[in-house]
Structures are given as structure tokens and as C-alpha cells.
Ligand binder design. Sequence first.
Ligand code: SF4
Ligand code: MG
Length: 334
Amino acid sequence: MSDLLSVRNLKAGFLAGGRVLTAVDGVSFAVAPGETFALLGESGCGKSATALALLRLLPNAGRIQGGEVWLEGEEILALPEAAMRDRRGSAAAMIFQEPATSLNPVLTIGRQIGESLERHRGMKGEAARREALALLTAVGIADPERRLEEYPFQLSGGMKQRAMIAIALAGEPRLLIADEPTTALDVTIQAQILDLLARLQAERAMGMLLITHDLGVVARSAHRVGVMYAGEIVETAPRQEFFTSPRHPYTQKLFAALPDLGQRGAQLATIPGQVPGLAAMPAGCRFAPRCPVAMDRCRLESPGWTELEAGHQVRCHWVAQQLPGGEQRLPDLP
Ligand code: SF4
Ligand code: MG
């Protein structure tokens, strides 16, 4: 399966007080066409920074410190900014939690879709108008002719999100990056938007990088998932395997902290202890201060990857140690 997006050892951070505090530390993953890869983690774990860094959209204080990002076979971290601007919106488009961040309040919805159609597909006039109507219809907006003439403030929250998706789709992106696309919406609308994204993705064979803190969203939408903790991916697995045999102690704590696994919109609950701050990352495993099975070794040595099943990998000394001679059964956490 050839990759649409391949992120290799990405390292990025933010300039503060004369030094760069690393927020994304050696992150690697790939997304294939038609696949949804979810990056799951608590707020502040570096998942949004990962998405912004790979499209080179970090704010001014942001710095890319290393690694490679391959998009459609091209290493894009090295591209001149003008070329990068062409790739954004066409090769890869992004939608955000708050439509307000990406919708322009002073332009009509039609105008905003039209700008993307012209920039990325050279469409103008009547052809662009027809395509804009088709896009609004595709994202489930009723009465598209009227909506085309409206401004963002005239739309409900769910409809704004649909309009934002229509604008993102106007450039026919092969990769859609969705950062908490439903977090600001109520549960019923959330489900509708997630289903819409899944349908559009299948129809267009788009790859999707879905950023979320919500296990319910992963259960509903992801094909594969990577769990992020303190700037690193610590476990990655296909969805089924992830829900039946989560293995990293942090992932297991996330599940254990859930009141009801099947509950939609189930949020990641609190785990005792604190996520380490960017300026004070512990040596060794970053989860060690909160880990119920931490060993001396964990505080000294950062764990490497252990593969449990095809595509299911975990970074943990304890997991690795439990696997003598290819033994696949692991005890549950105490
Ligand atoms: Fe816990 Fe050690 Fe595994 Fe880190 S490496 S999660 S501290 S057992
Ligand atoms: Mg975020």
C-alpha cells in the first residue's frame, strides 16, 4: 500500500525564552489513500502541533527541528514557501475545531468556495458556481443557492462546519487533516459530521488524519490509531486491535478511566499525576511518573518499539519484557 502521507521522525517545538521547547518529539506515522489514521491524546500532548508542523502552519514561535514529511512522494519540509502554498488546499487541506478560525467572516460562503476553486482548479464564473452548489449539496447543506449568498454568521454551528468542509473539498485534496472537527458541536451533530466525513472520504478515496481526544470518535471513524503522550507516539494499532487489546500502560489507563467504553462522545478521563511540562521532560519514559508498573530502567532509558501483532506496536519496557519467546498474551495492569 503506497502512502499518501509519511511522517518520519518529526520534531517540532516553540521558541520560548531564547530556546526551543520541543512539543513533537520524533513522531512517525503514515496515512494511505482512503484511510483514516487517528492521533489520539489529551490536550497539550502535541497532536495539533504535529498537524500544523507537517503542513508548515505553526505560529510564529513554532520551529521545525528535524525529520521528514513526505506528501504524495515529495518531501515538503524542504519546499520553498510558494510551492508549499500550492500544496496546501490541493494535496492536503485542513479543517479545524472552530470554523471561526478558517471561515472568513466578511466573505460569503460562495465567495470562499469560489476562491479555492479558482486557486486550485482554475474554475471561474458559471462553472465555479455550479461546482460550489454541488459541493454544498455534497456536504448536506439544504437550499444551497441561498447559502451561497450568506455569511458565516448566518449559519448554525453544524452548518458552518459543513461549509468549512465544502471549502476544504473545493481544492480536491487527497489528504484531509481534521483537528478535533466535532469537539465544539453537540453529540447528534458530531455524529452527523463524522459520518459525512467518512462518506466523503470513501467517495473520494481521500486519506484522513483525524486529531481527537475522544475515544468515541476513534471508535466511530478511525481505521488505525496512534496514541500520543507528552510529544511522542507510544502505541499504534488497527482500530479493532486497539479496542480489544490496548497494551501501553497509558492507553490502558485511558480505557480504565472511561465510565462506559461504548458511550459516544466518551472523553478521556483523568489519570492520577500530571503530564510533564515541555521544559521538564523526564529522562527515560515520559509516562514513568504516572505509570503503575514503572521499573528503575524506565526512568533511565527511553523505550524503543515492540511489535505485538502486525501493525500493533508499543513503546514500553514492561510490555517488551512480558514477551519471552514471542508470547503474545500480556497480563492486565495491576
Ligand atoms: Fe511504564 Fe516503563 Fe512502560 Fe514507561 S516504559 S509505560 S514507565 S512500564
Ligand atoms: Mg489541539
